[in-house]
Design a protein around this ligand. Structure first.
Ligand code: HEM
Length: 240
């Protein structure tokens, strides 16, 4: 199993990094010929940066449009951030002091993460019009994330795993020196689902995370009356 997971994580890391880089380059190259910021929109670049910050840090537009979804989405995403920070201890030696300080918050955030996901999934069954537009992939992504959260909480609170062994395995992988992986069912489930998540991430709806930065309706300045908007490729055509 050690070798299986070692190869799986190398493949998953390569697909994740290369897939994400390819998608981000494609997003960056996609022409935005028209000025289409969602109004009311900022009229300066500084204003756009501030708006983008509020969108990414607080999900501002979701808050304004649907408070229920915001509560579940915020619970999931903020908790996920804390959980991921807590996980840095498996990849760093010595563990950074701020990561050590954050440990208890990250641990209980696991529950908020699972509760948020459960709420987001329940909505896809309970709200008629959302159920109608939900596809199999919407359900599978939520199921995968829930399984990761539940298997993680199982290891933390029910069936303990050898976390020093897990750390040795991942530090070893980072130095191309394969160390034995502890043999525990919840750990296998946790790691298998994470590798799967890394592999599907660049081709899934989860791309909304980098995608929000490239959304013309969010990242454009509302200055149509002051300045002529012309895409760089269109400017080149005009010169010729
Ligand atoms: C390769 C990456 C990862 C490794 C090696 C890993 C490993 C672990 C281990 C060993 C535990 C048990 C902690 C303990 O017993 O003290 C755990 C818990 C947990 N994991 Fe992961 N995990 C990884 C990635 C993730 C990801 C991407 C997520 C979320 C999407 C996640 C969510 C959780 C949660 C919610 C818990 C329970 C709360 C906690 O102890 O932090 N894990 N993980």
């Amino acid at each position: 199993m050690t070798l299986f997971f070692a190869i799986l994580f190398y493949v998953a890391a390569a697909v994740f990094v290369l897939g994400l880089a390819t998608k981000i380059v494609a997003f960056a190259r996609t022409p935005a010929p028209l000025l289409i910021p969602t109004t009311p929109a900022p009229t300066t670049k500084g204003g756009v940066v501030l708006r983008m910050f509020r969108e990414v840090a607080f999900f501002e537009s979701l808050f304004k449009s649907n408070l229920w979804i915001w509560i579940f989405a915020a619970a999931f995403h903020f908790a996920l951030a804390l959980v991921l920070v807590r996980h840095l201890r498996y990849f760093t030696q010595p563990v950074w002091s701020w990561v050590a300080f954050e440990q208890p918050f990250g641990m209980y955030a696991g529950f908020a993460m699972v509760a948020g996901l459960a709420g987001l999934w329940a909505r896809r069954f309970l709200v008629d019009r959302v159920r109608y537009i939900s596809t199999l992939s919407d359900h599978l992504m939520l199921a995968l994330l829930l399984l990761i959260g539940i298997s993680g909480l199982t290891m933390k609170f029910l069936v303990h795993t050898d976390i020093v062994g897990v750390k040795m395995f991942f530090l070893g992988l980072m130095h191309f020196d394969i160390q034995p992986l502890p043999a525990d069912a919840p750990l296998y489930v946790h790691l298998f689902c994470i590798a799967l998540l890394m592999i599907v991430f660049p081709f899934s709806k989860l791309l909304h995370a980098p995608g929000v930065f490239f959304s013309p309706s969010r990242n454009q300045v509302d200055n149509a009356r002051d300045q002529r908007h012309i895409a760089s490729w269109a400017a080149k055509l005009e010169q010729n």
